[in-house]
Design a protein around this ligand. Structure first.
Ligand code: GDP
Length: 365
């Protein structure tokens, strides 16, 4: 249940974007046991490979991967001090695994900006500051506890204290914890604190419909891109308004609409893919006549654990995985042809799954 939280100041287009997400929503039939809260949107992860394989094996059904977006409303300046929905907002953000921050880059005199003008970098800083302040509180609380633990003589305590001092110094300069270049060992000490500024971030630049296809003339967008590059973050340029209109159209019309707007892909699809990647996820595929299906795994997952996504028995009784990469399979035209060319591999327990692996697991029951 990995989730991306959508945050941003009021009136930047969050709800509009979230609306588009829920309208585009995933096929509910694929998730029969999920109850969905109103602020959660489940979407299919777009993946053209699935339909290609579907045709190849004449599958009756295609089941894409899914992911969740959470609408986290209520962030304003002062949230860390309880302004607006303050603490509730921060609690929500703590529960998600990555953050998509929507920033307003569109001009519209009819829609007021809470801070009085369009300035996405200032908006990013406001949110960043609130998150840093909230994290400082978490770190300081832990430090108070450490003072007591120091007396126990536990050798780990002073090491942890040094790490927290470093993090606190960074946060007080508004440097998010994720940007402090901490080592694996140092990060270990932070795990339980669930710091907000540790979460990976991407920026959604909300522009006018006219600018979606080419935002190079919009200085706000360019400023956001430059800023994001500084922290290695991705920027997705969308028009939330246009996305919510596209999401209402049947597939074919949506394609026409996009073509007319000079776009190859809906902004929402770009956002979903970026969010999926931001969460550190990838997919492997099973392809049979009954269905072609994408399975979601964390990058670095080994074959038995990947098999466990299908059924725990597959993991327990794992023998081998028969794997052909999507590209090889498509190039050969069929699994039999791929096998003839020696491109179907048998992989064992230590195999690290790759995105686009087309898999059949062998297991004992
Ligand atoms: P939120 O407070 O961040 O959730 O913002 P909303 O999604 O409610 O949007 C605030 C206002 O901006 C609404 O009137 C939207 O219709 C409008 N809006 C959202 N996206 C766009 C956009 O891309 N262009 C324009 N012109 N207006 C937009």
């Amino acid at each position: 249940n990995l989730e991306v939280g959508i945050v941003g100041l009021p009136n930047v287009g969050k709800s509009t974007l979230f609306n588009a997400i829920t309208k585009a929503g995933a096929e509910a039939a694929n998730y029969p046991f999920c109850t969905i809260e109103p602020n959660v949107g489940v979407v299919d992860v777009p993946d053209k490979r699935l339909s290609v394989l579907g045709e190849m094996v004449k599958a009756k059904k295609i089941v894409p991967a899914a992911m969740r977006f959470v609408d986290i409303a209520g962030l304003v300046k002062g949230a860390s001090k309880g302004e607006g929905l303050g603490n509730k907002f921060l609690a929500h953000i703590r529960e998600v695994d990555a953050v998509a921050q929507v920033v307003r880059c569109f001009e519209d005199g009819n829609i007021t900006h809470v801070e009085g003008s369009i300035d996405p970098l200032r908006d990013i800083e406001i949110i960043n500051t609130e998150l840093c302040l909230a994290d400082m509180e978490s770190v300081e609380k832990r430090q108070e506890r450490l003072v007591k633990l120091l007396k126990t003589g536990d050798k780990k305590v002073p090491i942890e204290k040094a790490v927290l001092d470093k993090v606190l110094a960074g946060l007080s300069e508004a440097v998010p914890a994720r940007r402090l270049g901490l080592t694996e060992d140092e990060l270990e000490f932070l795990k339980e604190l669930h710091l907000l500024t540790m979460k990976p971030v991407l920026y959604v630049a909300n522009v006018s419909e006219e600018e979606v296809a080419d935002a190079s003339a919009n200085p706000h967008v360019q400023a956001v891109i430059k800023y994001a590059a500084g922290e290695g973050a991705e920027v997705i340029t969308v028009s939330a308004k246009m996305e919510s209109e596209i999401a209402e159209l049947p597939d074919e019309e949506a394609q026409e609409f996009l073509a007319m707007a000079g776009l190859e892909e809906a902004g929402l699809d770009r956002l979903i893919k970026a969010g999926f990647k931001l969460l550190g996820l990838m997919t492997y595929i099973t392809a049979g006549e009954i269905e072609v299906r994408a399975w979601t795994i964390v990058r670095g997952t080994k074959a038995p654990q990947a098999a466990g996504k299908i059924h725990t028995d597959f993991e327990r009784g794992f023998i081998r995985a028969e794997i052909v990469s999507y590209n090889d399979l498509v190039e050969c035209g069929s699994k039999a042809a791929a096998r003839d060319k020696g491109l179907v591999r048998l992989e064992g327990k230590e195999y690290v799954m790759q995105d686009g692996d087309v898999v059949e697991f062998r297991f004992n029951v």
